[in-house]
Every structure is written in structure tokens, then in C-alpha cells.
Write a protein that binds this ligand. Structure first.
Ligand code: SF4
Length: 403
């Protein structure tokens, strides 16, 4: 590949209207992909889009149609709403119905609970008179609960990008005692490690490269993804979210495969550095401990969640304050017949999100897709958020994805 593709000083326009660059990249991708296929005598080359926003770019702009048919870009588990266990939605709904105010992001409103006494979602709880309020950030909840003094809970769903706002507010002593945190914050490198192991354990066609998340990497730094190339030999590119960014990442991954020189690279240099945001990382470390945590459709993953440190936990943890139990592994296990393999998850019947988030199944492989499950009335969690793979495919392709 020409050096100028990766040279930040090259005056390229990385935005969607740069058709000449897109076409040039398309040629490079085809050339490299053919070379890899020839060299390795393989029928398919699989690359994972870790992040829901990359999946959106890939699907919305029809990038799969530009790529060789044997180059399979699959979705990854990078959608925090999709992997939020129903247990925490159940808890939030109960609190809202008991009259406590529950602050949440709009994306999480339609996540379904598994409560037998009151199935539904926070949206339905709100329609029934529950005290649910949508906010854009934890700081909005802080400001409002300070002003009105009401007993409130913030449903903290998110990855490393969301954690710093909660951490900084707690660290700076800005959070009033009447606002509690229900932490469903999750960490992305552990789930990527889990994904690789899952593919190995199940003998699935291996992932050959990873497009690593851009937004998360602005916080944690690209160095956190080095294990992919150093330990697993997987070319990895931290990419931005314009179509050109994704094409550039695919080209770089194929170049590394062709040359058999796996490495971790930053394509999204306009925002991402190797070390990330030191200030944000220190804030997270000073407020949270890493803990074994549950992922919906997946199970418990070691060191993949953020729990308030003891000095904050006693004052601000919502489950402790309201006397609600946390999720235990024994509540999270049952067997799903797909592939005849036991899965640990809490998905509604027939929902295949547990496979969709690993790129093992496509949304169109699910019998519910666009029949009983669609964006206005999601059945499974991957249809809820704009970052969920099923939601993206439903909105972008009218149920007719390009591959
Ligand atoms: Fe789950 Fe709906 Fe996607 Fe099927 S279409 S996997 S039910 S979210």
C-alpha cells in the first residue's frame, strides 16, 4: 500500500464524499485480498468489526458490496445496550414503579425485562406511571437530583467511553447522596479476548483481523489492543467511523496478512493515541474496581465490568442502597439448542443475539428478524439500540443485507 494512506500529513479528506479515494482503496483491497487468498489457499477471510458504529458504517454505506465476496466482515460485541443483562432492567423497572426516579439513556428505554410479574421495558414502565427520565449523561442526572433532592438512580450502561463521566463526578464529590449508581459499565478488551477463545473452542472459521473501536480507544488508548497482534497474531487497526476509515482499516489489515506481519495500528489518528486519555483512565481507576461481570447473551467474563470501590460503593451503589440482589452466575445459565452448544444468557425465546454479537449468526438467520422483532418493537436486545446489529440491519437494509 502506498505510504500516503497511513501518513497523517497526507492531505486526505476522510469523509464520505471522497469517492476517488474510496475507489482507490477498493482496488487495493481487492488486490490484497486476492493475494492473501492465493497465498493461504483459503476460501474466506473473516474480519471483525468490533464496534456497533463500525457495523453501522459498513452496512449503511454498503461497503460489503464493494468488497470481494470471499471477504467476510462480521459484527462484534461492541454494543453496550445489547449486552446489558435483563436483571438490571428488572431492577430499574422495580425502582421506577416504586416511585424512585430512574435516569437512563434513550437507547436503553426499550430493553425488555424478564420479570414474570411485569414483563416489558422501562418505556412501558414509564407509560404506566413509573418515574423514568431520559438523560444524555450522568452529569444531567447529577444536576437534576442535586436540585430536587429526590431519591434517584442512574442506570449506568456503557463501555469505557461512558465510565469517565461517572468517575469524574464521583471523584470530584459532585454527586449528591440522593443519587445512586446502578453500574452496568463493561470493558471491551476482555470481551475481545473472550471472543477469540470462543472461536477457538468451537472450531469456528477464525477471525483474521480486527477493526478495533475508535471511540473506546480515545479513552483506553490503542496499546490496549496490542495483545491481538502480539499474542494472537491478528492484524488490528483502530479505525474511525467514516466509510473511508473502515475501508482504510480493511486495506491495512489485508496488507499485514499479505506480508505476514501482524501489528496493531491506529488509523483514527485524528483522535486516538497509544496511551489514551490518561486523566480519564486515572479517574476510572480511582473510583472503580474491575470485576467479573455478566454480559447478556454471553455469560460472565472475568475482569470485564466496573464496580464502585468500597468507599464509593457504600454510599452510591444502587443495588446495595435499595437492598436488591446483584446477578449471580447461577441465575444466568440455561441451554440454547443452536449448534447443540450450551449457552449462558438471558435472551427471549428464539432470539439469537448471543450469536449475532459474535458474528456467528447474521440477523437474517434469526426467525424473528423483521417478523416479530423490528426497531419499533424489539424482541431481543440487538434490535433495541442504534448500535445493535439487528437494529442496524433492519434500518439500513429493510431486512435485505448485502451479504
Ligand atoms: Fe434477537 Fe431480534 Fe435480532 Fe432475532 S432479530 S437475534 S430476536 S434482536
Amino acid at each position: 500500500m502506498k505510504d500516503h494512506f497511513t501518513d497523517v500529513s497526507f492531505p486526505r479528506r476522510v469523509f464520505r464524499e471522497n469517492l476517488p479515494l474510496a475507489l482507490e482503496l477498493k482496488k487495493v483491497i481487492w488486490k490484497y485480498a486476492e493475494a492473501v487468498r492465493e497465498k493461504e489457499k483459503c476460501e474466506t477471510i473473516k474480519i471483525m468489526n468490533f464496534c456497533g458504529t463500525h457495523e453501522w458504517t459498513t452496512t449503511r454505506y454498503g461497503l460489503r458490496d464493494m468488497l470481494p465476496p470471499f471477504l467476510n466482515i462480521v459484527a462484534g460485541p461492541g454494543c453496550p445496550v445489547c449486552v446489558t443483562p435483563a436483571h438490571y432492567i428488572n431492577a430499574a423497572m422495580k425502582l421506577a414503579q416504586d416511585g424512585f426516579r430512574v435516569y437512563t439513556y434513550g437507547d436503553a428505554l426499550r430493553l425488555r425485562s424478564t420479570r414474570s410479574d411485569h414483563p416489558g421495558s422501562l418505556e412501558e414502565a414509564k407509560a404506566d406511571g413509573g418515574n423514568v427520565k431520559v438523560v444524555y449523561s450522568f452529569l444531567d442526572a447529577v444536576k437534576e437530583s442535586r436540585a430536587d433532592g429526590k431519591e434517584s438512580v442512574f442506570l449506568g450502561i456503557g463501555f469505557e467511553t461512558t465510565a469517565p463521566s461517572s468517575a469524574l463526578a464521583l471523584q470530584e464529590g459532585m454527586v449528591p447522596e440522593n443519587l445512586k449508581l446502578l453500574s452496568v459499565l463493561r470493558l471491551t478488551p476482555p470481551v475481545m479476548k473472550y471472543t477469540i477463545k470462543l472461536y477457538q473452542d468451537r472450531g469456528l472459521l477464525p477471525i483474521r483481523g480486527v477493526i478495533a473501536p475508535g471511540h473506546v480507544s480515545t479513552i483506553i488508548g490503542a496499546s490496549e489492543w496490542r495483545f491481538l497482534s502480539e499474542k494472537h497474531g491478528l492484524p488490528t487497526v483502530v479505525a474511525g467511523f467514516e466509510p473511508i476509515d473502515v475501508l482504510m482499516a480493511v486495506a491495512q489489515i489485508l496488507q499485514m496478512l499479505k506480508e505476514r506481519k501482524p501489528d496493531t495500528k491506529i488509523e483514527y489518528r485524528r483522535l486516538v493515541s497509544w496511551e489514551g486519555n490518561i486523566y480519564a483512565k486515572e479517574a476510572i481507576d480511582s473510583v472503580f474496581d474491575k470485576t467479573c461481570a455478566a454480559w447478556r447473551g454471553i455469560g460472565f467474563i472475568p475482569m470485564s465490568g466496573l464496580r464502585l470501590k468500597d468507599k464509593f460503593f457504600d454510599r452510591y451503589d444502587a443495588l446495595k442502597h435499595f437492598g436488591l440482589p446483584d446477578l449471580a452466575p447461577s441465575q444466568f445459565i440455561y441451554t440454547n439448542a443452536h449448534h447443540g452448544i450450551p449457552w449462558k444468557h438471558d435472551l427471549p425465546p428464539k432470539c439469537r443475539c448471543g450469536e449475532v454479537v459474535f458474528g456467528i449468526a447474521r440477523p437474517t438467520d434469526c426467525p424473528m428478524f423483521m417478523k416479530n422483532c423490528y426497531p419499533l418493537r424489539p424482541w431481543g436486545p440487538c434490535m433495541v439500540s442504534s448500535e445493535g446489529v439487528c437494529n442496524i440491519w433492519a434500518r439500513s437494509t429493510s431486512g435485505r443485507p448485502s451479504d
